[in-house]
Design a protein around this ligand. Structure first.
Ligand SMILES: NC(=O)c1ccc[n+]([C@@H]2O[C@H](COP(=O)([O-])OP(=O)(O)OC[C@H]3O[C@@H](n4cnc5c(N)ncnc54)[C@H](O)[C@@H]3O)[C@@H](O)[C@H]2O)c1
Length: 370
């Protein structure tokens, strides 16, 4: 591999694994995966869109390394992350004749990654899997950390398992075909890392964010690596979200309420909801006197400049009832005993868990946001 490729480790004892970041990694995937295999047999899981773009390259690379492979194709979209598709995927993989040594490869965005990871966690009580994330969101967030799961009619990600991959290959070259809107949604999660733990990184993003979103290789690699390194560190210290890992949910409680309102549809992508959620968290913090109003404006300015939504009116949600939003927020999985828990900023680069958010102040704030 070339010097453009960087590696970092998620330190989880005997379940530690590497995240490899760089261009053209799919071309060399066979060689990377081979040492991890107990049998020279893998099942690739991909959605049809991603399959058209990079499945042939992955298959060639596996054949070159003399690894037998079978492919399961799924329709693209969040609807695929459901019990029905999980059942079909599980049975198709079993029909193929998997054994404990067979490995699954998730080739795609967070939908394919979460579903394949959950299949790996449960088939034969656990088989190995590798993540090859092809969206920016999956490269900086969902492929790292071992949260796997599927949606139910009752809510998102309510069935799942903590189950770590054996390897993550974040091939930054795949992002050239990603629609701009999906790319920006992934960028919101990159900004989140700066806001929660690394003020210097946020300042760098203010200067270089456009280069990241224009896929300038050096900038893109630094952004993906810094994000993965931070997530890897947090996951290594708190794999099951009993402490610091919850900070990664910054912007997500507000965001989740907005996604619930829009039915988790393409009307509002997850990353767009997170961008709005982070702006709301900073604005609410300014209202409570926790941060300076100028700090909240700075966050909004950057997300605006990149082209992410920062006002509810921009996504047709200005008329939402505050009580509706509050009820979604208190149904959020981060809520204990009907109270609202928020991840709130202290400054750029530092957030904390606010266990009992002042609901009346929150209602007043939500009534006035546009
Ligand atoms: N496990 C976690 O920790 C975690 C964290 C965040 C989000 N998630 C989950 O991730 C999912 C969202 O992931 P996502 O945003 O990657 O969505 P996605 O997987 O639906 O991908 C978005 C769209 O982009 C297409 N696509 C993927 N790669 C492409 C490429 N290289 N070029 C062109 N098109 C491409 C896909 O076919 C799809 O239509 C949600 O289900 C969310 O719950 C999980």
């Amino acid at each position: 591999m070339t010097g453009e490729v960087e590696r970092l480790r998620v330190e989880l004892g005997d379940r530690a694994y590497e995240i490899v970041v760089g261009p053209r990694l799919i071309e060399g995937a066979g060689r990377e995966i081979l040492p991890l295999l107990r049998r020279r047999q893998v099942v690739i899981v991909a959605d049809e869109t991603v399959a058209r773009l990079c499945l042939a390259t992955l298959r060639d690379s596996l054949s070159e390394a003399e690894i037998a492979h079978h492919t399961v194709l799924l329709p693209p979209g969040e609807e695929t992350k459901d019990l029905g598709h999980f059942g079909r995927l599980a049975e198709e993989v079993l029909e193929f004749g998997v054994e404990r040594g067979t490995m699954l490869i998730a080739l795609g965005g967070g939908v394919v990654g979460d579903l394949t990871g959950f299949a790996a966690a449960t088939l034969l009580r656990g088989i190995d899997f590798v993540q090859i994330p092809t969206t920016l969101l999956a490269q900086v967030d969902s492929s790292v950390g071992g949260k796997t799961g599927i949606n139910t009619r009752i809510g998102k990600n309510l069935i799942g398992a903590f189950y770590q991959p054996r390897l993550v290959l974040a091939d930054t070259g795949t992002l050239t075909t990603l629609p701009r809107r999906e790319l920006l949604a992934g960028y919101a999660e990159i900004v989140k890392y700066g806001l929660i733990r690394d003020a210097e990184f946020f300042t760098w993003l203010e200067a270089e964010g456009h280069s990241v979103c224009d896929l300038v290789p050096m900038a893109l690699r630094r952004a993906v690596l810094t994000s993965c390194a931070m997530k890897a560190k947090i996951v290594a210290s708190d794999e099951r979200e009993e402490g610091d890992r919850a900070l990664l949910n910054f912007g997500h409680t507000f965001g989740h309420a907005l996604e619930t309102e829009t039915g988790f549809s393409a009307r509002l992508l997850h990353g767009e909801a997170v961008a709005l959620g982070m702006v709301l968290a900073f604005d609410f913090a300014a209202r409570l006197g926790l941060v300076a109003a100028e700090t909240a404006s700075r966050v909004r300015r950057h997300l605006d400049a990149i082209g992410l939504p920062t006002r509810l009116s921009a996504v047709g949600l200005a008329d939402l009832s505050p009580d509706h939003l509050l009820s979604h927020m208190s149904k959020d999985k981060k809520v204990r005993d009907g109270r609202i828990t928020l991840i709130m900023p202290r400054r750029i680069g530092e957030v904390f868990v606010m266990k009992d958010a002042p609901v009346d102040a929150l209602r007043d704030f939500l009534s006035a946001v546009d």
